[in-house]
Design a protein around this ligand. Structure first.
Ligand code: DHB
Length: 332
């Protein structure tokens, strides 16, 4: 498949900015209801499919992927967890999700969801334009918004749309048009962060461990049988250089080893400081422009909420937009 499958037409019912979970799932849901769209993404397909993010899908997201025909690989490959361990000062306490809620979570990294959604969109002849940057949006308060974009070779063009959806992440360009002069964006910056690592090691435990300790929080998560995802609470101004491997192992064992578990060690292949921010935007619509997912609200990495919230936004927005596009068509 080429980098993009650009249509001849310069009009689309729905232009979607961003090929993250919100943008791709939105395009997929519209397609299932007979509404076509164009997804415009500034990164390459490879970058989108390999960037490491959180890895836990809640039951609502699992159900959505299955119900809409993109859950096959998830069902084959994902680890299903029916609970978590809370470790307090070395003593572990299991919370049984299945027993108390009848629900479970799936360990399935965000980029795997994106790989599945991109493959599905392209096999359904969907338009996903990678390496294409939206430079501005005009006339979104009219009935014919225009999306200006630039391709990798530097050429500029315009896509006209009936509606535009900004799913372009926390540094969203589309949000700035929504907040404008009288919109509001409330933000909070936390006095702590997470130091995130990828580790080539066997799984520490069959389920995730959330550990609390006077030195700070630690999370023992996983990606596969041989790749683990660990987090240590740290100072937001820390840099990876301040966390040599010896310090990491000392702190992971101190904070997360328990009566029943010893954190498994291996080669650390990725280190990054993830700052903790929360933000909400009001309103999430102006004229024919809507925002969804991180573009509208940013959450800290805790609980791997970002992707799951983005999916929830899209489920709320899709039926209304399908109806709006169809009623426009009926009027023509
Ligand atoms: C992961 C991240 C989280 O914030 C969480 O609560 C559980 C898992 C993860 O990246 O694996």
């Amino acid at each position: 498949m080429g980098i993009h499958s650009r249509s001849e037409s310069s009009h689309t019912p729905v232009a979607i900015v961003g090929a993250g979970p919100a943008g791709l799932m939105f395009s997929h849901l519209l397609h299932l209801q007979g509404v076509e769209s164009v997804v415009i993404e500034k990164q390459s397909r490879e970058e989108v499919e390999t960037t490491v993010r959180a890895g836990i899908l809640e039951q609502g997201t699992i159900n959505l992927l299955r119900k809409t025909g993109v859950g096959e690989r998830l069902d084959r490959e994902a680890e299903i967890d029916e609970g978590i361990s809370i470790s307090i000062a070395g003593e572990s306490h299991r919370i049984d999700f299945a027993k108390y809620t009848g629900k479970h979570v799936a360990v399935y990294p965000q980029h795997e969801v994106l790989i599945d959604l991109i493959a599905k969109r392209l096999s359904d002849s969907g338009e996903v334009w990678f390496n294409t940057e939206v430079t501005s949006i005009e006339d979104h308060e009219s009935d014919n918004p225009k999306v200006h974009y630039r391709t990798a070779d530097g050429s500029e063009s315009v896509l006209s749309a009936d509606y535009v959806v900004g799913a372009d992440g926390s540094n969203s360009l589309t949000r700035k048009l929504i907040t404008g002069e009288d919109g509001r964006r409330m933000k909070h910056e936390y006095p702590f962060a997470w130091f995130g690592m990828m580790v080539h090691a066997p799984q520490t435990a069959p389920e995730l461990i959330y550990a609390t300790h006077p030195e700070g929080f630690a999370l023992i998560s996983t990606r596969s049988e041989s790749v683990q995802r660990y987090y240590l609470q740290c100072n937001p101004n820390d840099t990876p250089g301040m966390w040599p491997d010896e310090r990491i192992w000392e702190q992971l064992h101190l904070r997360a080893d328990s009566d029943s578990v010893i954190v498994s060690e291996g080669e650390i292949t990725d280190k990054a400081v993830l700052r903790f921010r929360s933000a909400v935007t009001d309103p999430m619509q102006r004229g024919r422009l809507f925002i969804a997912g991180d573009a509208a609200h940013t959450v800290p990495p805790t609980g791997a909420k970002g992707l799951n919230l983005a999916m929830a936004d899209i489920c709320a927005l899709a039926p209304g937009l399908v109806q709006a596009v169809k009623s426009l068509k009926a009027r023509c």
